[in-house]
Design a protein around this ligand. Structure first.
Ligand SMILES: [Zn+2]
Length: 129
């Protein structure tokens, strides 16, 4: 599948980025404590395929549990447009809700049992790497 250009941002626009991904890249839905609370929808993007165009320094960090995931949210509006997932150290997880213009329309929805992370991770990596 050819990769096409997409744009993402937080709510206030202080943080903006562009990335390349297939238009029908799969979306992953995780049931862990933080994803469930925020309604986060994951699109995994290799770091080489994403560039910040504005305000990377406007992101602040939150870590919990193993401290390996770096949850990031805009200091101004509080929205989490992307973050460093524990599951894919060489990729960003972009929040599908923060991709503007509807250029990404996933056809596949992958359920990830983040409440049982250690048991579920290899299966997820096989589907999304
Ligand atoms: Zn913002």
């Amino acid at each position: 599948m050819d990769k096409t250009e997409h744009h993402g941002s937080c709510h206030c626009g202080a943080v903006q980025f562009e990335f390349r991904a297939p238009a029908d890249a799969p979306v992953t839905v995780c049931n862990c404590s933080i994803c469930n609370m925020s309604g986060y929808l994951h699109i995994f993007v290799p770091k080489a395929d994403l560039d910040f165009t504005r305000g990377q320094d406007q992101l602040t960090q939150y870590r919990f549990g193993t401290q390996r995931a770096v949850h990031m949210f805009c200091k101004i509006c509080g929205i989490k447009p992307l973050y460093q997932p524990r599951s894919h150290p060489d990729q960003w997880s972009v929040n599908l809700h923060c991709v503007i213009s509807g250029t990404l329309t996933p056809k596949t929805r992958i359920a990830f049992d983040g409440q049982n992370w250690e048991q579920s991770i290899e299966e997820l990596r096989a589907k999304t790497s």
